[in-house]
Design a binder for this molecule. Structure first.
Ligand code: SAM
Length: 162
């Protein structure tokens, strides 16, 4: 598979997962957490799919397309190790959807960080809330859900709070 094909497949899978997750929480009123703004692609998709919802964005340093910069009062700026704890105090367990797209090219680091994230994410999620993560998590009191059709196993991980 060419590198172009591979990028296209990755982005199509990401969109399929986001579409599935947003349709699961459509009609609810809790807020959305976007971890890893990057250039703002998935943030833009989430706000298009879920207009009128509060979308809180977490990013170490904003470097997004100018059209995709979240309002200041919805931005947790800094390292997740700090900002997720702030969010836990400020927002509590009220999110319907958490999209976590923060992996690095270092699998060892990803695994360690995923263990820590697994201890924090449950405190942010409302009952029935959906987590879509680029890293495998270990979450008590969550069901792991199947991926949308055509999405390769291991590309994303889907969980729903019981
Ligand atoms: C793969 S990019 C996100 C891409 C984005 N979802 C998009 O569609 O454009 C990952 C982002 O997560 C941020 N990030 C990774 N680890 C972080 C951490 N520990 N604290 C804060 N931000 C982090 C990086 O700065 C980077 O912008």
């Amino acid at each position: 598979m060419s590198r172009l094909d591979s990028v296209i497949r990755r982005l199509k899978a990401q969109r399929a997962c986001l579409d599935e997750a947003t349709s699961m929480v459509d009609g609810k009123s809790g807020h959305v957490l976007e971890l890893g703004l990057g250039n703002g692609r998935t943030y833009d998709h989430l706000r298009e799919k879920l207009p009128n919802r509060d979308i809180y964005v977490f990013e170490r340093q904003v470097n997004a397309h100018p059209d995709c910069i979240p309002p200041e009062d919805k931005l947790f700026l800094g390292n997740l190790e700090d900002t997720l704890l702030e969010a836990r105090d400020k927002l509590g367990a009220t999110a319907d959807l958490l999209h976590s797209d923060i992996g690095t090219g270092d699998p060892d680091r990803n695994r360690k960080f995923a263990t820590w994230l697994s201890s924090i994410y449950p405190d942010l999620m409302a009952s029935g809330g959906v987590i879509l993560s680029d890293q495998e998590l270990t979450l008590d009191d969550f069901d792991q859900l199947p991926l949308p059709q055509d999405v390769q196993v291991g590309r994303y991980y889907f969980y729903q709070k019981k």
